[in-house]
Design a protein around this ligand. Structure first.
Ligand SMILES: [Fe+2]
Length: 240
Protein backbone atom coordinates (compact mmCIF):
# COMPACT_ATOMS: atom_id res chain seq x y z
CA UNK A 1 0.00 0.00 0.00
CA UNK A 2 0.60 4.08 -1.53
CA UNK A 3 1.77 5.28 -0.51
CA UNK A 4 3.59 11.39 -1.29
CA UNK A 5 6.31 18.11 1.71
CA UNK A 6 5.48 20.14 4.19
CA UNK A 7 5.44 19.17 7.87
CA UNK A 8 7.62 16.09 7.96
CA UNK A 9 5.42 13.59 9.72
CA UNK A 10 7.72 10.66 9.33
CA UNK A 11 9.39 9.71 12.55
CA UNK A 12 12.97 10.79 12.79
CA UNK A 13 15.50 8.06 13.23
CA UNK A 14 16.70 8.80 16.71
CA UNK A 15 18.42 5.53 17.48
CA UNK A 16 21.85 4.63 16.17
CA UNK A 17 21.64 1.16 14.69
CA UNK A 18 23.90 -0.39 17.29
CA UNK A 19 21.38 0.69 19.94
CA UNK A 20 18.39 -0.38 17.94
CA UNK A 21 19.19 -3.97 17.25
CA UNK A 22 19.39 -6.78 19.75
CA UNK A 23 22.11 -8.17 17.54
CA UNK A 24 24.99 -6.01 16.40
CA UNK A 25 24.92 -7.37 12.89
CA UNK A 26 23.22 -5.35 10.20
CA UNK A 27 20.78 -7.62 8.31
CA UNK A 28 22.56 -8.58 5.09
CA UNK A 29 19.63 -10.41 3.55
CA UNK A 30 15.86 -10.22 3.65
CA UNK A 31 15.96 -13.44 5.64
CA UNK A 32 18.18 -11.74 8.23
CA UNK A 33 15.80 -8.82 8.36
CA UNK A 34 12.84 -11.10 9.00
CA UNK A 35 14.72 -12.74 11.88
CA UNK A 36 15.57 -9.35 13.36
CA UNK A 37 11.97 -8.18 13.13
CA UNK A 38 10.92 -11.35 14.96
CA UNK A 39 13.46 -10.50 17.66
CA UNK A 40 12.05 -7.02 17.91
CA UNK A 41 8.32 -7.79 17.88
CA UNK A 42 7.98 -11.17 19.49
CA UNK A 43 7.05 -12.68 21.81
CA UNK A 44 6.11 -9.65 23.86
CA UNK A 45 5.80 -7.01 21.19
CA UNK A 46 3.61 -6.48 18.19
CA UNK A 47 0.13 -7.01 19.54
CA UNK A 48 -0.10 -3.86 21.57
CA UNK A 49 0.26 -1.03 19.12
CA UNK A 50 0.83 1.50 21.90
CA UNK A 51 3.97 -0.21 23.13
CA UNK A 52 5.80 -0.57 19.85
CA UNK A 53 8.81 1.68 19.35
CA UNK A 54 8.29 2.50 15.70
CA UNK A 55 11.73 4.11 15.47
CA UNK A 56 13.40 0.78 16.12
CA UNK A 57 11.41 -0.90 13.37
CA UNK A 58 12.08 1.95 10.96
CA UNK A 59 15.80 1.74 11.68
CA UNK A 60 15.79 -2.00 11.10
CA UNK A 61 14.03 -1.63 7.77
CA UNK A 62 16.52 1.10 6.78
CA UNK A 63 19.50 -1.03 7.73
CA UNK A 64 18.75 -3.65 5.08
CA UNK A 65 20.08 -2.86 1.60
CA UNK A 66 17.75 -4.07 -1.11
CA UNK A 67 19.04 -7.01 -3.13
CA UNK A 68 16.75 -8.36 -5.83
CA UNK A 69 18.09 -11.88 -5.32
CA UNK A 70 16.46 -11.81 -1.87
CA UNK A 71 13.01 -10.71 -2.91
CA UNK A 72 12.36 -11.33 -6.60
CA UNK A 73 10.62 -14.63 -5.81
CA UNK A 74 7.95 -12.64 -3.94
CA UNK A 75 7.58 -9.73 -6.36
CA UNK A 76 4.82 -11.12 -8.55
CA UNK A 77 3.57 -8.55 -11.00
CA UNK A 78 0.10 -8.75 -12.45
CA UNK A 79 -0.48 -5.90 -14.83
CA UNK A 80 -4.22 -6.44 -14.72
CA UNK A 81 -4.02 -5.15 -11.14
CA UNK A 82 -2.70 -1.87 -9.73
CA UNK A 83 -0.52 -3.89 -7.38
CA UNK A 84 -0.22 -7.32 -5.83
CA UNK A 85 0.27 -8.09 -2.13
CA UNK A 86 2.68 -10.96 -1.51
CA UNK A 87 3.11 -12.27 2.00
CA UNK A 88 6.70 -12.94 3.03
CA UNK A 89 6.16 -13.68 6.75
CA UNK A 90 3.11 -13.69 9.01
CA UNK A 91 5.11 -12.81 12.09
CA UNK A 92 3.41 -15.52 14.18
CA UNK A 93 0.39 -13.26 14.31
CA UNK A 94 2.38 -10.28 15.55
CA UNK A 95 3.05 -8.63 12.20
CA UNK A 96 2.75 -9.08 8.47
CA UNK A 97 5.73 -8.52 6.22
CA UNK A 98 4.79 -8.36 2.57
CA UNK A 99 6.12 -7.28 -0.77
CA UNK A 100 3.97 -5.21 -3.07
CA UNK A 101 4.61 -5.25 -6.81
CA UNK A 102 3.28 -2.04 -8.40
CA UNK A 103 2.24 -1.91 -12.01
CA UNK A 104 3.30 1.07 -14.15
CA UNK A 105 1.51 4.31 -13.34
CA UNK A 106 -0.88 2.67 -10.86
CA UNK A 107 -1.90 3.62 -7.35
CA UNK A 108 -3.65 2.47 -4.21
CA UNK A 109 -6.84 4.04 -2.91
CA UNK A 110 -6.46 6.56 -0.10
CA UNK A 111 -6.60 4.40 3.01
CA UNK A 112 -6.10 4.17 6.74
CA UNK A 113 -4.15 1.43 8.57
CA UNK A 114 -6.68 0.11 11.10
CA UNK A 115 -4.57 1.35 14.03
CA UNK A 116 -1.45 -0.49 12.91
CA UNK A 117 2.05 0.78 12.36
CA UNK A 118 2.99 0.74 8.67
CA UNK A 119 6.63 0.88 7.63
CA UNK A 120 7.31 0.91 3.89
CA UNK A 121 10.71 0.46 2.27
CA UNK A 122 11.29 0.86 -1.46
CA UNK A 123 13.08 -2.15 -2.91
CA UNK A 124 13.06 -1.16 -6.57
CA UNK A 125 11.84 1.79 -8.62
CA UNK A 126 10.16 4.83 -7.06
CA UNK A 127 6.92 5.31 -5.19
CA UNK A 128 5.05 8.46 -4.28
CA UNK A 129 3.28 8.83 -0.97
CA UNK A 130 0.44 11.34 -0.77
CA UNK A 131 -0.42 12.04 2.86
CA UNK A 132 -3.87 13.37 3.75
CA UNK A 133 -5.55 14.64 6.88
CA UNK A 134 -8.47 12.62 8.16
CA UNK A 135 -11.85 13.99 7.16
CA UNK A 136 -14.11 15.07 9.99
CA UNK A 137 -15.66 11.68 10.69
CA UNK A 138 -18.68 13.30 12.32
CA UNK A 139 -19.58 14.54 8.86
CA UNK A 140 -19.28 11.19 7.17
CA UNK A 141 -23.02 10.69 6.78
CA UNK A 142 -23.62 14.05 5.23
CA UNK A 143 -20.53 13.66 3.09
CA UNK A 144 -21.81 10.36 1.82
CA UNK A 145 -25.14 11.77 0.79
CA UNK A 146 -24.29 15.33 -0.16
CA UNK A 147 -21.17 14.62 -2.12
CA UNK A 148 -18.78 17.50 -2.19
CA UNK A 149 -21.02 20.52 -2.19
CA UNK A 150 -19.93 23.82 -0.76
CA UNK A 151 -21.56 23.16 2.60
CA UNK A 152 -19.73 19.88 2.95
CA UNK A 153 -16.50 21.44 1.79
CA UNK A 154 -16.79 24.13 4.44
CA UNK A 155 -17.46 21.57 7.11
CA UNK A 156 -14.27 19.82 6.08
CA UNK A 157 -12.36 23.11 5.88
CA UNK A 158 -11.32 22.69 2.27
CA UNK A 159 -11.48 24.76 -0.85
CA UNK A 160 -14.99 24.66 -2.35
CA UNK A 161 -13.61 25.73 -5.73
CA UNK A 162 -11.56 22.63 -6.16
CA UNK A 163 -14.06 20.36 -4.44
CA UNK A 164 -11.21 18.39 -2.90
CA UNK A 165 -12.49 17.30 0.45
CA UNK A 166 -9.44 15.57 1.84
CA UNK A 167 -6.64 17.98 2.66
CA UNK A 168 -3.28 16.85 1.34
CA UNK A 169 -0.43 17.37 3.81
CA UNK A 170 2.42 16.50 1.47
CA UNK A 171 3.60 14.40 -1.43
CA UNK A 172 6.97 12.66 -1.29
CA UNK A 173 8.70 10.48 -3.83
CA UNK A 174 10.86 7.74 -2.35
CA UNK A 175 13.59 5.82 -4.15
CA UNK A 176 15.30 2.52 -3.56
CA UNK A 177 16.16 1.77 0.07
CA UNK A 178 14.26 4.76 1.44
CA UNK A 179 11.77 4.12 4.21
CA UNK A 180 8.60 5.91 5.25
CA UNK A 181 6.26 5.38 8.16
CA UNK A 182 2.59 6.07 8.66
CA UNK A 183 0.06 5.48 11.41
CA UNK A 184 -3.55 6.60 11.72
CA UNK A 185 -2.36 9.27 14.16
CA UNK A 186 -0.39 10.82 11.28
CA UNK A 187 -3.08 10.59 8.64
CA UNK A 188 -4.25 8.71 5.59
CA UNK A 189 -2.17 8.00 2.55
CA UNK A 190 -2.14 6.87 -1.03
CA UNK A 191 0.82 5.17 -2.65
CA UNK A 192 1.43 5.63 -6.36
CA UNK A 193 3.93 4.40 -8.90
CA UNK A 194 4.67 7.64 -10.77
CA UNK A 195 6.45 5.86 -13.61
CA UNK A 196 4.53 5.00 -16.73
CA UNK A 197 7.46 2.92 -17.93
CA UNK A 198 8.46 0.58 -15.15
CA UNK A 199 7.05 -1.23 -12.15
CA UNK A 200 8.10 -0.70 -8.56
CA UNK A 201 8.57 -3.03 -5.61
CA UNK A 202 8.13 -2.20 -1.93
CA UNK A 203 8.46 -4.02 1.38
CA UNK A 204 5.74 -3.37 3.96
CA UNK A 205 5.65 -4.19 7.62
CA UNK A 206 2.30 -3.95 9.39
CA UNK A 207 2.11 -4.48 13.11
CA UNK A 208 -0.27 -5.56 14.47
CA UNK A 209 -1.46 -7.24 11.26
CA UNK A 210 -4.92 -6.36 9.98
CA UNK A 211 -7.34 -7.79 7.44
CA UNK A 212 -9.51 -4.81 6.64
CA UNK A 213 -9.03 -1.08 6.56
CA UNK A 214 -10.99 1.91 5.27
CA UNK A 215 -10.63 3.51 1.89
CA UNK A 216 -11.58 7.13 1.20
CA UNK A 217 -12.76 9.09 -1.82
CA UNK A 218 -10.54 12.12 -2.29
CA UNK A 219 -13.37 14.22 -3.68
CA UNK A 220 -15.83 13.58 -0.87
CA UNK A 221 -13.97 12.20 2.12
CA UNK A 222 -16.44 9.33 2.00
CA UNK A 223 -15.14 6.19 3.72
CA UNK A 224 -15.93 2.57 3.02
CA UNK A 225 -14.51 -0.75 4.10
CA UNK A 226 -11.76 -2.15 1.93
CA UNK A 227 -13.17 -5.65 2.30
CA UNK A 228 -10.85 -8.39 3.42
CA UNK A 229 -7.32 -7.82 2.13
CA UNK A 230 -6.09 -10.91 0.31
CA UNK A 231 -2.63 -12.08 -0.68
CA UNK A 232 -1.70 -12.69 -4.27
CA UNK A 233 0.98 -15.08 -3.07
CA UNK A 234 2.17 -16.53 0.21
CA UNK A 235 5.77 -17.56 0.74
CA UNK A 236 6.50 -17.17 -2.97
CA UNK A 237 3.54 -19.30 -4.13
CA UNK A 238 0.44 -17.99 -5.84
CA UNK A 239 -2.54 -18.09 -3.50
CA UNK A 240 -5.22 -16.59 -5.75
FE1 LIG B 1 -0.69 2.12 3.36
Amino acid sequence: MAPPQEPQQCLALTHPLQEVAKSDAVPRTLHDLVARIHDELGPDGGLDSEHIDANRIIALMESYNSNAEDWEQYAMFDHSRAYTRNLVDDGNGKFNLMILAWSKGQQSPIHDHAGSHCVMKILDGKLQESLFDWPDMSDQESVATDMCDITTARKLDVCPKTGVCLTKQRETIYGADQVTYVHDKIGLHRISNPSGERGAVSLHLYTPPYETCKTFEEQTGRARSSGKCSFYSVGGRRSI
